[in-house]
Design a protein around this ligand. Structure first.
Ligand code: DX5
Ligand code: ZN
Length: 224
């Protein structure tokens, strides 16, 4: 069965932070569909990355939609800052301490797309009550905090389960998968129904960045 090709969202966590603007421009020219920006606070996850001022600084280097993946506690305190920074899609974690419905509505009230992220140990069913509040669902295929980790295969069935529930509820939002994505795991994810592949190391460490992006976009389109 043929299905539409997945979109590609390179994660700049694997970029050169001393040349972040140039790397954002380079990956955009290489054929990316989105720029995936990992925001970590050292509390929700053990690592610290960047904040809204960095997002504002790189905004002018690309016309692509920016996805701000907020791996932070109390994301509701920072929605305005990330909206003002030029993020187009704001992803918050179901596991983060917050009033989730309020946070998701605040993202939409700021004119941005709201997304819900689900960690590997969290049952996907926990996201079902929020499907109407979101514009995108992010299924994590690593435990968040660091790039370059191995893909957790048990995340795959969550994609189909979520899509089936969306159908049942009469809603349909794209599913992004994030963590350990390469040509091989991207294929598995695309065949499982993923619409957007987020990939850090595979894209930024590639010798040929446009080829790496083309490989990801072709995932799931081979005949089986
Ligand atoms: C993990 C981040 C991912 C990560 C992906 O906490 O949310 O977006 O950067 O990196 P790779 O593709 O190297 O696993
Ligand atoms: Zn991410």
């Amino acid at each position: 069965m043929s299905r539409s090709m997945p979109s590609v969202a390179p994660s700049i966590l694997a970029a050169d932070f001393a040349r972040l603007g140039e790397d954002v421009a380079r990956v955009s020219l290489a054929g990316a569909d989105y720029i995936h920006i990992d925001i970590m606070d050292g509390v929700f996850v053990p690592n610290i990355t960047m904040g809204p001022s960095t997002v504002s600084s790189i905004r002018e280097y690309s016309k692509l939609p920016f996805i701000a993946h907020l791996m932070i506690t109390h994301p509701e305190r920072h929605i305005k800052a990330f909206a003002d920074s030029g993020s187009d899609i704001i992803e918050v974690h179901i596991e983060a301490e917050q009033d989730l419905v309020k946070t998701l509505r605040s993202i939409r009230d700021h004119g941005k797309k709201a997304a819900l992220a689900v960690n590997p140990p969290t049952a996907i069913e926990n996201a079902f009550p929020y499907l109407r509040e979101i514009d995108l669902l992010l299924i994590m295929s690593v435990n968040p905090g660091f790039g370059g980790q191995s893909f957790i295969e048990s995340s795959l069935p969550k994609i189909g389960i979520a899509k089936k529930e969306m159908e049942r509820q009469g809603s349909s939002v794209p599913v992004e998968i994030d963590g350990g994505i390469n040509g091989k795991t991207g294929e598995l994810a695309a065949l499982a129904g993923a619409d957007i592949l987020a990939a850090g190391s595979y894209v930024f460490k590639a010798d040929d960045m446009p080829a790496a992006i083309r490989t990801l976009r072709a995932c799931g389109s081979s005949k089986h």
